[in-house]
Design a binder for this molecule. Structure first.
Ligand code: TPP
Length: 418
């Protein structure tokens, strides 16, 4: 074997590339690296297409609403005025809920909160495009799914303040909801675990001959977790009936999406696994609905998984423990080129002649009031500070069908001491 010889000094000098974000404090936001190519939404493949057929969709961007709120193109979903108005209502409801809970956290009435401001269309439109029997494996920013599935808002609040009506009995962080009746799987603090769980559930559903599908969500930063890639490989191998969503909201706490994107799109990640990938304008309610409906049909037809990248923007901080002004330009969200999902759907409905600014204001006021009423009701079941809470000894419950003797002893000891 020839011995490698050193070249002239510096001739092959390797170097590291460090990705940059859309802005850092004091800079002017720049989203040009996102390559927004809306024309590429101009065809809709058959649901039995090859992954390779979706290359232009994975690299481009599916849109239905233009910047003026007009709908067009082959992805227009068949949604009635009532369905669209319902979608708007759900998004406004989530926003009113988020705003109230954020303020309550600031007043010390709950310990932690995560808002979904700016990305409400993702969970609401996707939730509406799915069926009730489909299983949801969300991350912590898809509270909109719960509104679509009709979860009691008071129950959600009671969970967030860990009072006596908290269905998690005080053992989960606020916002880490779980709701068995709504087919809403427990949210985990360990990023990306839900991807493998969703694929496993989908495989079991197909094995049992059911036509329920699984849908799961991760953020752009979470795609760096191995679970995402393991799950994609399994999903592709067994053609699991699953929709794998990647919510690209530009930031993973303070890390720009470019670190996880590595110069390509997240939807294009699918192609290497031979899974169709579609990148969609995540602030376009109609486009999100249409792409999800397409992927759900594909899964139900036994054609396997789809990866959907939802291009959106995290307007609020990562959580109540975060200060986004420390790592991105103040007001960066105002420069986001795809607008606000609520405003865009509102404009579209006004353009259809079925809605008005005044109706919008009245609905906002109505939902704000109902959230205030729900909050008072939630507090009537106990506050974070004063309780009543679940008795501490209940932490032993719900783990073992038959509790081992040593745990029974520990539980008794705890009860004797409290
Ligand atoms: C396995 C794991 N690693 C790191 C963390 C810490 N962490 C919590 S949220 C977060 C950022 C996630 O960003 P992204 O996936 O883009 O979702 P987003 O919050 O933007 O919706 C990190 C690193 C964690 N919870 N779990």
């Amino acid at each position: 074997m020839p011995t490698p010889t050193a070249g002239p000094a510096g001739a092959f000098a390797s170097k590291l590339y460090v990705p940059t974000g859309s802005s850092r404090p004091g800079e002017t936001p720049d989203f040009s690296a996102l390559k927004l190519v809306s024309e590429t939404g101009s065809f809709q493949p058959a649901t039995d297409c090859e992954a390779g057929d979706t290359v232009p969709l994975a690299r481009g961007l599916v849109r239905v609403l233009d910047d003026q709120g007009e709908a067009g193109g082959p992805w227009q979903p068949e949604l009635s005025d009532e369905q669209l108005l319902q979608g708007l209502r759900h998004m406004l409801h989530v926003r009113a809920y988020d705003d109230r809970m954020f303020r309550m956290q600031r007043q010390g009435q709950l310990s932690f909160y995560i808002k979904s401001t700016g990305e409400e269309a993702v969970a609401v439109a996707q939730g509406m495009a799915l069926r009730g029997g489909d299983m949801l494996f969300p991350a912590y920013r898809q509270q909109g799914l719960l509104f679509v599935r009709g979860r009691d808002v008071v129950d959600m609040m009671c969970h967030c303040i860990s009072n006596a009506r908290d269905n998690c009995k005080g053992r989960q962080m606020p916002v880490f909801y779980t709701w068995k009746d709504g087919n809403f799987f427990s949210i985990s603090g360990n990023l990306a675990t839900q991807y493998s769980q969703a694929v496993g559930w989908a495989m079991a559903s197909a094995y049992k001959g059911e036509d329920h599908i699984a849908t799961t969500w991760v953020g752009d930063g979470s795609t760096a977790e191995a679970d995402v890639h393991n799950a994609m490989l399994f999903a592709a191998t067994y053609r699991a009936p699953v929709i794998l969503n990647i919510v690209n909201n530009q930031w993973a706490i303070s890390t720009p999406q470019a670190f996880a994107a590595t110069g390509t799109t997240f939807a294009a990640r699918a192609l290497g696994y031979n899974i169709p990938g579609i990148r969609v304008d995540g602030n376009d309610f109609l486009a999100v609905y249409a792409v999800t409906e397409w992927a759900a049909l594909r899964a139900r037809q036994g054609l396997g998984p789809t990866v959907i990248e939802l291009l959106t923007y995290r307007v609020a901080g990562h959580s109540t423990s975060d200060n986004p002004d420390a790592y991105r330009a103040q007001g960066e969200g105002d420069a986001w080129p795809l607008g606000d999902p609520v405003t865009r759907l509102k404009q579209h409905l006004i353009g259809r002649g079925v809605w008005s600014e005044q109706q919008q204001q009245e609905l906002e006021a109505e939902l704000k009031q109902s959230i205030t009423d729900a909050w008072k009701q939630a507090l009537s079941h106990g506050s974070l500070e004063d309780g009543p809470h679940w008795p501490v000894a209940t932490m032993f419950d719900d783990v073992f069908q038959h509790m081992p003797a040593h745990l029974l002893r520990q539980r008794q000891q705890l009860e004797d001491e409290t």
